[in-house]
Design a protein around this ligand. Structure first.
Ligand SMILES: Cc1cc2nc3c(=O)[nH]c(=O)nc-3n(C[C@H](O)[C@H](O)[C@H](O)COP(=O)(O)O)c2cc1C
Length: 264
């Protein structure tokens, strides 16, 4: 849980490159074999400063949003809902591994140049880059955007607003959530595009059914869902909760799209 609490979106990075040891840490984390809920694996690419210099690329992150010289990671993927969820899942696992090693990160869904990455990596037009993650060491200098976001630290909806108990249908709390309390808290603390927090869950016995809140729906919410699942899954593993992800026959409603369940 410490890592979950420590992670915060960082938009201001040092101008210096990471040292050799840090570069290796990043590379090892990104190169680890990855797997996700719906079975996709991704070839995650690391865009480091050396590579950018060699190719005369000044920046990937938008001017004014990201300052300093971070590295970036991303993959080109197919643009369907389950791939987007898995993309969030896999990259957020890396984000948390990087956080554990005292490196800072920021997901960027809008504030980066897709065109530059497509050109640099000669990606096929059939692929899509949903978002990238900036990686580096934070600088104390604050950008305009960081100043705006500064007071937002872990500003989230309340536990009872997003998680429910099926019987009787009522808000879930620390007591009724039982062993799922911490994994659900970890999900609640996850980053999401524009802090949209689309994660919803209903507890039924020892099964948890997860939904995506679809008011003002944008595709990026599927990436957010995967990011939340990554936090949940990490805490379940840490707490030795032996469950698995399973698609059940559960209906969606007009505002809640059923995504997947966690069952024992
Ligand atoms: C998929 C995704 C896309 C994001 N895109 C941007 C972005 O384009 N620009 C930006 O400044 N922050 C972006 N963020 C960061 C969110 O604004 C941030 O996660 C949220 O406000 C919660 O703050 P925290 O991460 O510090 O806890 C993005 C986050 C996610 C998960």
């Amino acid at each position: 849980m410490e890592t979950i609490i420590k992670r915060i979106s960082t938009r201001n990075y040092l101008d210096e490159e990471l040292d050799q040891h840090e570069q290796e840490l990043v590379k090892n984390i990104i190169d680890l074999e990855n797997s996700a809920i719906f079975g996709h694996t991704f070839e995650v690419k690391l865009v480091d400063q050396k590579f950018m210099k060699k190719n005369k690329v000044k920046r990937i992150g938008t001017y004014g949003v990201i300052t300093g010289k971070p590295n970036y990671m991303f993959a080109g993927i197919e643009n369907d809902n389950q791939s987007l969820i898995d993309y969030g899942f896999v990259l957020e696992k890396m984000v948390l591994d990087l956080t554990e090693k005292d490196l800072q990160t920021c997901w960027l869904g809008g504030s980066f140049s897709r065109r530059t990455l497509f050109k640099l990596y000669k990606l096929s037009n059939e692929l899509f880059i949903p978002a990238v993650v900036a990686i580096g060491k934070k600088s104390e200098k604050k950008s305009f955007v960081q100043n705006l976001m500064g007071s937002n630290y872990h500003n989230r909806m309340r536990f009872e607003e997003i998680y429910y108990d099926n019987k009787p249908y009522a808000p879930l709390n620390a007591l009724t959530a039982g062993e799922y309390f911490e994994p659900l808290e970890a999900m609640r603390m996850a980053p999401s595009a524009m802090n949209g927090q689309p994660w919803r869950a209903v507890l039924e016995g020892d099964k948890l059914h997860f939904y995506c809140e679809t008011t003002n729906m944008i595709k990026m919410k599927y990436v957010d869902m995967g990011i939340g699942f990554s936090h949940f899954d990490r805490l379940c593993t840490q707490k030795n909760i032996e469950g698995r992800w399973q698609l059940l026959d559960i209906p969606s409603t007009s505002k809640l799209q059923y995504i997947i369940s966690y069952v024992k």
